[in-house]
Design a protein around this ligand. Structure first.
Ligand SMILES: [Zn+2]
Length: 272
């Protein structure tokens, strides 16, 4: 039994130096990257992977100064309201239809919508990621992990220590390096929708170049830049064995293109 439908969401954009995604890229090159979310239709309902920004930290001037004060990193919200609500409305899926959530990691562009699910929906993460996110000191916040997004006793965490199947057809793969407990996702599609599948790297590989040329990502915690290549090779090996595509987390060309092609594929399968 596999996943029966995949819907990609764009939960905003970020205008930032290319060196954030490709280690050592020229400091004056910039890129506008989409903020990803993935909806997977599983047996019991929808599983959402990643939740975008917390818009209050961007729209409120005081909070913005504290959390997004570096002018080199410009978060861009997709609309006036909650990015997740707006994207779900666009996809025709209600928040209440999401029965499980997973986060690739706790960076603010992935964990900012977790508060929608506190007290309501289980949240899958790696134990090492949450431990780092809740650790003392200013390290996590300086590294873009904002405790206010996820330090809530009402969140029903489902913590893994390494690779684990989190739903039929959805396997989380530990790809630490970018953050201490980053995870990527292998998605097996159900035979009833034609089979095959996808490997969602998220921030283990922001861009196609990270995958094709095995270039280290620019952001990493507790390791050195070259150490971020091993998880990329691991995802490529899994994908090659299964005949799947590795999907980069923030690629401005791949993400919109795959959003469209998956939309077309599942529209024709389901006669939508
Ligand atoms: Zn990240």
């Amino acid at each position: 039994m596999g996943v029966r439908r995949v819907v990609l969401l764009t939960l905003g954009w970020e205008d930032l130096p290319l060196s954030v995604s490709i280690h050592g890229a020229s400091p004056d090159r910039r890129i506008l990257e989409p903020v990803p979310g993935v909806l997977l239709q599983c047996d019991g309902g929808w599983l959402l992977v990643d939740t975008g920004f917390n818009p209050a930290l961007i729209t409120d001037p005081q909070l913005r100064r504290r959390f997004h004060g570096d002018p080199a990193f410009r978060p861009v919200l997709p609309g006036p309201g909650e990015p997740l609500e707006e994207a779900l409305a666009g996809a025709g899926i209600a928040m209440e239809e999401i029965v499980e959530v997973a986060v690739s990691h706790l960076h603010n562009d992935h964990a900012g919508g977790l508060r929608h699910f506190a007290g309501r929906t289980p949240v899958h993460a790696q134990r090492a990621e949450l431990a780092y996110g809740l650790s003392e000191g200013d390290g996590p916040e300086r590294n873009g992990i904002f405790r206010v997004d996820f330090d809530d006793p009402a969140i029903d965490w489902r913590l893994a220590d390494g690779d684990s199947q989190i739903a039929p057809g959805v396997t989380a793969v530990l790809t630490a390096g970018h953050t201490p407990g980053h995870q990527s996702f292998v998605v097996d599609l159900d035979e009833s929708v034609g089979g095959g599948g996808l490997v969602f790297a998220f921030d283990a590989a922001d861009l196609t170049e990270n995958i094709d040329r095995e270039l280290p990502v620019g952001g990493f915690i507790g390791v050195e830049a070259p150490d971020t290549v091993e998880p990329i090779r691991r995802l490529k090996a899994i994908a090659a064995e299964k005949g799947y595509q590795v999907v980069p987390g923030h690629d401005p060309v791949v993400w919109p293109r795959l959003t469209r092609s998956l939309g077309e594929r599942f529209a024709s399968v389901q006669g939508l």
